[in-house]
Design a protein around this ligand. Structure first.
Ligand SMILES: Cc1ncc(C[n+]2csc(CCOP(=O)(O)OP(=O)(O)O)c2C)c(N)n1
Ligand code: SF4
Length: 267
């Protein structure tokens, strides 16, 4: 299968603004799936609401476009009833960690075999640029015209402490790394979290004077560094990229099968 076979061409052109990072995520994700030679029928993509969540409309997998913040809850239901399929859940930072924050930590805690992709543009793009739990202190947004005084979550630290067994971060500048990490996340048996810093030039960029989509991409190159690099030791403000956690733990559906077996035996 080639990348174009995974796309629903009838829904193009897409709705994303020029320079938006979300198209890069779509492209890289499909390249990862192509490299894994996956059949369309083996993939279910579940998404909520947001510019990021619209990604499910553009792919020719089994797809569910559900309600804001609840994608992981729907995905959990699908996975429990069809454990053999691969579940991908692309979410915006608002979708995943504001309204959906509770589902996020509990999906991680259960270690259910789902690949959660957090497309982090640090803003609510779809609804006009309100700040999100990932915007961070001092950032400007339509709902924080002077400055945001809320401190942000670190997606990686949150996912790690909630129990995710695969945790990684990269950016839309680092396309090869997205392709590589998504492949490994899909192959991982357990809850995988991939944070992809993805620029929103229309709201975050404009409000915070970060320039065009290209300027924002170049900025990702400047402000990030591979995990454990020398540069990080010299400049602790740099954001690390790479795979932070990759470990084996019992997977939720497999554990649930054990309970079914016990019940069938009347134990
Ligand atoms: C229950 C509910 N609350 C609020 C909304 C309005 N809403 C739609 S998308 C969205 C946030 C989008 O931001 P994010 O998830 O970060 O994705 P982005 O658009 O930035 O990619 C909000 C608040 C909604 N659709 N449903
Ligand atoms: S508003 Fe932002 S996140 Fe939404 S499509 Fe435009 S650039 Fe992308």
């Amino acid at each position: 299968m080639a990348v174009k076979d995974y796309i629903r061409e009838r829904f193009f052109p897409h709705m994303w603004c020029p320079g938006c990072g979300h198209g890069i995520v779509l492209n890289s994700m499909l390249r990862a799936i192509e490299k894994l030679e996956m059949s369309k029928n083996d993939i279910v993509m579940v998404s909520g609401i947001g510019c990021s969540a619209r990604i499910s409309g553009y792919v020719d997998f089994h797809t569910l476009h559900t309600i804001h913040g609840r994608a992981l809850a729907f995905a959990t239901g699908v996975k429990m009833s069809r454990p053999e399929v691969n579940i991908l859940v692309p979410m915006g930072d608002g979708d995943a960690l504001a309204i959906g924050g509770n589902h996020f930590i509990h999906a991680a805690r259960r270690n259910i075999d789902i690949t959660a992709i957090v497309m982090n543009n640090r803003i609510y793009g779809m609804t006009g640029g309100q700040y999100s739990p990932l915007s961070g202190y001092g950032i400007k947004a339509t709902t924080a015209p002077y400055m945001n005084i809320d401190h942000d979550f670190d997606v990686v630290e949150l996912a790690k402490s909630a129990g995710a067994t695969f945790v990684a971060r990269t950016t839309t500048y680092h396309i090869q790394q997205i392709v590589d990490i998504i492949q490994q996340a899909i192959l991982h048996k357990g809850f995988s979290v991939v944070e992809i810093m993805s620029q929103c030039p229309t709201y975050f960029g404009r409000k915070n004077k970060e320039g065009s989509g290209v300027d924002m991409l170049k900025r990702y190159k400047k402000i990030t560094t591979p995990i454990g690099s020398k540069a990080k030791k010299e400049n602790p403000d740099l954001i690390e990229r790479g795979i932070f956690v990759q470990k084996e733990m019992p997977e939720y559906c497999a554990e649930y099968d054990k309970v079914i077996e016990m019940a069938m035996k009347g134990q």
